[in-house]
Ligand binder design. Structure first.
Ligand SMILES: Cc1cc2nc3c(=O)[nH]c(=O)nc-3n(C[C@H](O)[C@H](O)[C@H](O)COP(=O)(O)OP(=O)(O)OC[C@H]3O[C@@H](n4cnc5c(N)ncnc54)[C@H](O)[C@@H]3O)c2cc1C
Length: 172
């Protein structure tokens, strides 16, 4: 295990590995990622793996939108096979939430996310099997997709090191 480092990142979930990758990509030479168990052994490994753009607060939406190219262009940016399937995303709300939904869609469109509010009739065209009994406009948010499990990045030059029993270790 490395004795010294420029930056030590603790936690090998999606956040820690992303930080380590971003640092090395930005040119930081000695980044050590410490993981007490296995990579993605926390919430990241239990995620439904849905990458969506439809969030109700702008900060989350901006983060998701900024990360989207990384998932979309995974083979070019990270190496290895694609981990991402573009599926589209559909959320449906009741009449009481229609106005809030339209404001939400306006906010998302304002930051560049390709999303629209549909009428029930438009939804029927898009998804004929859906039966809508209200006049609420459901939104669709594109893009959304599902990534496969995380993997070590060849692009970052990360090297995997075995964990020592009783202590944390990670790539140098
Ligand atoms: C059932 C479920 C479904 C989900 N579905 C989605 C989804 O579809 N889409 C989505 O965007 N989000 C989803 N999420 C949320 C998402 O999974 C989490 O927001 C995300 O994984 C959090 O990542 P993290 O890196 O912060 O934490 P974690 O993945 O929990 O990683 C933290 C890591 O730190 C390690 N660690 C902790 N303490 C130490 C220490 N002292 N030393 C060394 N290592 C340490 C842990 O072992 C762990 O591996 C879902 C979550 C759950 C539980």
């Amino acid at each position: 295990m490395a004795e010294t480092a420029d930056v030590v990142v603790i936690g090998g979930g999606v956040i820690g590995t992303s930080i380590a990758w971003a640092l090395t990509t930005a040119g930081v030479k000695r980044v050590v990622l410490l993981e007490k168990g296995a990579l993605a052994s926390g919430a990241s490994g239990r995620s439904s793996a849905l990458v969506r753009m439809h969030y109700t607060n702008e900060e989350d939406a901006r983060l998701a939108w900024a990360s989207y190219p990384l998932f979309r262009d995974w083979p070019e940016r990270m190496g290895g096979p694609p981990v991402f399937t573009r599926t589209g995303f559909l959320a449906v709300v009741g009449p009481g939430d229609a106005a809030a939904l339209r404001r939400n869609v306006d906010m998302l469109r304002g930051i560049g996310i390709d999303t629209v509010a549909l009428t029930p009739a438009e939804l029927k065209v898009l998804q004929p099997f859906v039966t809508s009994t209200t006049s609420a406009p459901p939104p669709t948010s594109r893009p959304a997709a599902t990534p496969a499990r995380p993997r070590w990045s060849r692009a970052s030059g990360a090297r995997r090191r075995p964990a020592a029993r009783g202590s944390a270790s990670g790539p140098r």
